[in-house]
Design a protein around this ligand. Structure first.
Ligand code: SF4
Length: 134
């Protein structure tokens, strides 16, 4: 689904979409549809395997790096919490994050966000639907 869009002029919706977000298969949008929860395959770390690992999206390649300067890891990442700081792949994760940041770089005057009614049920009243200017 579209997630972030931009416009040079004020309008009903953005002229260009910069980012899309994959929706999960649960009713709250969680659980990536490419997570293999049905077979007995496991990732090297013991979790469910990714069915498209070699072609996974940039955001998945960048995770758990969420900031490049200074390098920050997602504090919600269970792997980082349990196993410490990953080291071997940080360069490729950083490269993916930098590619995402380049795609998000814009001089457009109007930035849009898209939201659906999908999310945690406790947040239903807060979740807007459709495009809205931020
Ligand atoms: S790596 Fe990305 S595409 Fe693969 S299962 Fe995880 S979230 Fe889904």
């Amino acid at each position: 689904m579209p997630r972030i869009g931009v416009s040079e002029v004020e309008s009903e919706e953005p002229q260009t979409i910069l980012a899309y977000q994959m929706m999960g298969r649960e009713s709250d949008g969680n659980t990536c549809p490419f997570l293999d929860t049905e077979s007995s395959k496991r990732s090297p770390h013991g979790g469910y395997a990714c069915k498209i690992y070699e072609n996974r999206p940039l955001a998945c390649r960048a995770y758990p790096v969420i900031q490049s300067v200074p390098i920050s890891l997602d504090p919600k990442c269970k792997f980082c919490e349990n196993c410490g700081t990953p080291s071997g792949n940080v360069n490729s994760e950083l490269e993916s994050l930098i590619q995402i940041q380049k795609k998000m770089d814009t001089k457009a005057r109007y930035i849009w966000r898209y939201a659906t009614g999908i999310g945690e049920s406790k947040d239903k009243d807060l979740i807007k639907t459709g495009w809205f200017l931020v």
